[in-house]
Write a protein that binds this ligand. Structure first.
Ligand SMILES: C[S@@+](CC[C@H](N)C(=O)[O-])C[C@H]1O[C@@H](n2cnc3c(N)ncnc32)[C@H](O)[C@@H]1O
Length: 232
């Protein structure tokens, strides 16, 4: 396992707010009916080829919310494996329900801290890409240590991506976007920057609300080990 500085994985400093939300009947039903799409948290590395097939590119989505973007993007690219990880139980139920509805054979879901999954279960060089759409911005300075995008996490993700693997991030928080750019700029393994909003990234409810409230959305795309991208 890659060494990750304790402030990232220390149990009481998390990138998410633990929430005690009620789970609906539909969400809890999906845990039963779609259990085949759920992967358990474990100390053992995942065999991505066994799950998705030899040579199939696999993308990790960190923090899918209700899974709206996850399901639509998975349906648009059935040849890409998608490992969708979120800590929030009702959202996991929502995504399981969406998967069963379509159905989406290329998606697997985990209810877990994605940093633990990356650290313990993803082999080095295994992923084609990572997506993080609207990671919690943690706007107060004293909470910045909880942000997903920070130097130790860049090290961990760089290790788990294959050469030229990508990390696509979207945020509605300008100050976080600038902090993300500074963080990637200080790590020579990564190249990229701000991109136009890709047409294939669906507008989630979270993004819709940010736009209604007048916040600007920034998409950022970085590749590991590449130096000829469109950086800005
Ligand atoms: C602001 S919401 C955005 C959700 C979704 N991507 C969207 O655009 O609607 C952030 C999500 O990230 C999840 N999250 C935060 N830290 C996480 C972590 N370390 N591992 C897994 N999920 C995480 C939260 O539970 C929440 O669902």
């Amino acid at each position: 396992m890659t060494e990750v500085a304790p402030h990232v994985l220390r149990p009481r400093i998390r990138t998410y707010k633990p929430r005690r939300s009620r789970i609906s009947q539909r969400q809890s039903g999906a845990f039963g009916h779609q259990a085949a799409f759920l992967l358990p948290l474990s100390d053992e590395p995942l065999d991505l080829a066994e799950i998705w097939g030899e040579g199939v590119p696999v993308v990790l989505e960190i923090g899918f919310g209700t899974g709206l973007a996850t399901a639509q993007m998975a349906a648009a690219k059935p040849g890409t494996g998608l490992l969708a990880v979120d800590i929030h139980t009702p959202g996991v139920g929502d995504l399981l329900f969406r998967i069963g509805d379509l159905p989406l054979a290329n998606v697997r879901v985990m209810e877990a801290d994605a940093l633990t999954v990356l650290d313990a279960m993803i082999p080095a060089g295994a992923l084609a890409g990572v997506r993080s759409y609207f990671p919690d911005p943690w706007p107060k300075a004293r909470h910045h240590k909880r942000r997903l995008i920070q130097p130790d996490v860049l090290t961990l993700v760089a290790d788990r991506l294959r050469p030229r693997g990508f990390w696509h991030i979207a945020t509605d928080w300008d100050e976080y976007a600038n902090a993300i750019r500074a963080c990637f700029a200080s790590d020579a393994r990564w190249h990229g920057g701000v991109i136009d909003r890709p047409d294939d990234r669906p507008v989630t409810r979270y993004e819709g609300r940010a736009l209604l409230e007048g916040r600007h959305v920034t998409d950022l795309l970085y590749e590991v080990g590449a130096d000829d991208r469109m950086a800005s």
